[in-house]
Design a protein around this ligand. Sequence first.
Ligand SMILES: Cc1cc2nc3c(=O)[nH]c(=O)nc-3n(C[C@H](O)[C@H](O)[C@H](O)COP(=O)(O)OP(=O)(O)OC[C@H]3O[C@@H](n4cnc5c(N)ncnc54)[C@H](O)[C@@H]3O)c2cc1C
Length: 339
Amino acid sequence: MSDHAPRELVVKDVVKETGDAHSLVFEGSPMPYKPGQFLTLRIPSDREPTARCYSLSSSPDVDDLLKVTVKRTVDGYGSNWVCDNITPGTTVEVLPPAGHFTPRDLGADLLLFAGGSGITPVISIIKSALKRGRGTLALVYANRDEASVIFGLELAELSRTHPDRLVVHHWLESVQGLPSSVQLAELVRPYVDGRESFICGPGPYMEAVNVALRDLGVPRPLVHIEKFVSLSGTTWGAPVEVVDDGGPTSTVHVELDGDAKELTWPQQSKLLDLLLAKGLDAPYSCRQGDCSACACKLLEGEVTMIKNNVLEQQDLDEGWILACQSLPLSDVVKVSYDA
Ligand SMILES: Cc1cc2nc3c(=O)[nH]c(=O)nc-3n(C[C@H](O)[C@H](O)[C@H](O)COP(=O)(O)OP(=O)(O)OC[C@H]3O[C@@H](n4cnc5c(N)ncnc54)[C@H](O)[C@@H]3O)c2cc1C
């Protein structure tokens, strides 16, 4: 089986974390993953195939089993389906771990921001960094009220066992109101010392954090953002479409898993579709520009993306592209999944 093909996981346990958040713990030895990555779960639907991404709240360095944590979204289809229907023994079809919201160096000092369910990838990073590294970690964790705090006890225990390495600042809207960028800047000023920041939470919170970091002069390349969006439309099992109608083609050089390949790229075909059609084991998840699982680096040439709901200007400036949405603009293109 291809490393990136869908597979079935059996739920071993369902943990009620808060009134509206459930963790699913999966049986069996975990697939390899990095802290901060996510799984894509297939959600049954009698309309079109539906899938939702859920970050792994387990850590590859600490936990024996894979775990995702799902918080109900008001009127949301997938999250409520998961929380209402999945019980121990349920089989779930998933795409393997994907995503780039992961520190390059787990030994470095880190500044972390989580809001609500945005804690899921962040606690995975914290657990791995505490286990593998020696750096100091500061977390600002915003929630509606105390009852909404996911992993409150686990974070308290991690702070207690690593008093010199982990500081957790809880921010409760019920007590302090919504955090403004000015308040956030004051709170994190002591930690703005060249370290990388990781932000995951509701849009307005991430925006306030972004402004705070900008006002503190944090260079944009040090800021990493994970946006929790729902995948739209058909994604699961969408056909691979390569338009090979004798029209114009480009040449693409691809570095993937240490191998280099040269392919003829019909200019009306998306890069990911071409790679999958040619049997390359390229990573992907949503295939519609909503997640970053298929991101690769453009080393040479030019492409255009049909849709991009996830890469920021900084990512684009660094050369990241979404293979699932890229069409060639130049005759020769070189991309790398290994860079
Ligand atoms: C990389 C990644 C990681 C993620 N990790 C997590 C995680 O760890 N935990 C977690 O809980 N979530 C996570 N998410 C978010 C998750 O994938 C879903 O987006 C979330 O669960 C909501 O999905 P839903 O199907 O319940 O809601 P949806 O049905 O998608 O609805 C979302 C919102 O849109 C509104 N809406 C829906 N349809 C329409 C419409 N047609 N018109 C107008 N409004 C509409 C709904 O009312 C609701 O407010 C992650 C997302 C990504 C991309």
